[in-house]
Design a protein around this ligand. Structure first.
Ligand SMILES: *[C@@H]1O[C@H](CO)[C@@H](O)[C@H](O)[C@H]1NC(C)=O
Ligand SMILES: *[C@@H]1O[C@H](CO)[C@@H](O)[C@H](O)[C@H]1NC(C)=O
Length: 390
């Protein structure tokens, strides 16, 4: 592990700084990328290796599990079947296919959850609107766990706007339930919420999500005021902050909406614009906006919010910043908190941007790589995911 900040602060001649990233492209390849930094604000990004047919036909999402040198990849194949793929990474993060489980296809997201270390199972969110879980390790004979299949095509309250009710194929983004990321100890609950008060996969009811926003991703955070959940709402292009309470150990999760803010700051998103990803680092929350072209042709924005973590966890909008790509579907902040990898879906690029951990601000652009072919406007093609391998 290296830290740019430490090296610079030490005043010593900096060694060549390097990091690895994994990226997937909807057209099939999964890449290992090498980031080499000349200094904190300038570097190069190169393809170190790639696997062309390891994640089915439409690789859509990735999960890195560095502790087991594994990368999981989720195939959105809509040809009636798909795969859930596991790659083994060597010490240079070169990937080799390790295991595959068959799926029904249409997987648009996935993550590890459950077990003593939150890694007993993998959950996939499938379009249209299904959540499916598989026991690890994966194999050709892996089966969806029947007790954990969650269908909610019979959508709940009817009050949602157009595009809210499942199923909804053909939209630029996947139609999916909310995907709270694992929280140590409670990761199992975190993944299995949907947006309209449907039942959790383990049969326990839960409640709390506001209808009509289509939550897409989310994160839990412990604040002074208590546990909070931050939701990225795709259709509404907003972020929501919820109080989180559990009815006892292993009990039902309740989310109470406290605050909602637009990801466009002082205006609402238009119907052609959709928020995509949410990440929290330190006291800051970041959300990506697709198709606002705020920073020029094919240059969409990321919104930055300050979180009152020393209080109730409420959000305040700071500013919009350049994502350096078009349709920034995925982005992730590195562990050191000083760099952000942003995937432009339609531009099929990965941009590395500097981050000031103290102020939360992003920029300048440190490195960029294009991974052709480009996607088509509003198409489900181009770059699908990018993560730090660390
Ligand atoms: C960082 O490295 C680049 C490329 O070598 C160089 O052009 C730039 O001046 C350097 N910046 C700083 C602050 O040292
Ligand atoms: C959220 O929790 C705080 C206490 O931390 C409380 O003051 C507030 O009323 C709660 N809001 C909702 C909507 O439950």
């Amino acid at each position: 592990m290296w830290s740019t900040a430490l090296v610079l602060a030490s005043g010593l001649a900096s060694p060549a700084l390097a990091a690895k990233l994994i990226a997937s492209h909807f057209s099939g390849p999964v890449y290992t990328l090498d980031l080499t930094l000349a200094n904190a604000t300038s570097g190069t990004l190169k393809i170190a290796s790639q696997v062309d047919n390891g994640c089915g036909r439409i690789p859509a999402w990735l999960t890195v599990d560095k502790a087991t040198n594994s990368v999981y990849c989720f195939d959105e194949s809509w040809y009636g079947s798909g795969v859930l793929a596991q790659f083994a990474a060597d010490d240079q993060a070169v990937l080799a296919p390790k295991a595959q489980a068959p799926t029904l296809g249409n997987s648009v997201f996935g993550a590890l959850y459950g077990g003593d270390d939150d890694k007993g199972f993998v959950v996939t969110a499938d379009s249209p609107s299904t959540i499916t879980t598989y026991k690890l390790p994966l194999s050709a004979s892996s089966k969806p766990r029947p007790e954990a299949l969650l269908h909610h095509a019979q959508a709940g309250p009817p009050a949602g706007p157009p595009g809210q009710a499942a199923p909804a194929r053909g939209l630029p983004g996947p139609d999916q339930a909310v995907h709270g990321r694992a929280r140590p100890g409670r990761g199992r609950d975190a993944h299995l919420q949907d947006q309209q008060g449907h039942r959790r996969a383990d049969g326990l009811p839960h409640r709390g999500f506001a209808v009509g926003r289509r939550p897409r991703h989310g994160e839990f955070l412990e604040t002074k005021g208590g546990l909070r959940y931050y939701s990225l709402n795709e259709v509404a292009s907003s972020v929501g902050m919820y109080n989180v309470t559990y009815a006892g150990e292993g009990g039902c999760l309740t989310l109470d909406l406290v605050q909602t803010l637009s990801t466009f700051g002082d205006r609402k998103g238009q119907t052609t614009e959709k928020a995509a990803e949410l990440r929290i680092a330190g006291d800051f929350l970041y959300a990506s906006n697709r198709n606002d072209q705020k920073f020029g042709k094919e240059l969409d924005s990321l919104a930055i919010f300050k979180l009152d973590t020393a209080g109730e966890g409420t959000m305040s909008f700071m500013e919009l910043t350049n994502s350096h790509g078009f349709f920034p579907r995925p982005f992730e902040i590195n562990k050191a908190g000083d760099l952000v990898a942003i995937g432009g879906q339609t531009t099929a690029n990965v941009a590395i941007v500097a981050r000031d951990a103290a102020t939360g601000k992003l920029g300048p652009l440190v490195a960029n790589i294009n991974l052709p072919p480009r996607g088509t406007y509003m198409g489900e093609d181009g770059l699908s995911a990018v993560l730090w391998y660390e």
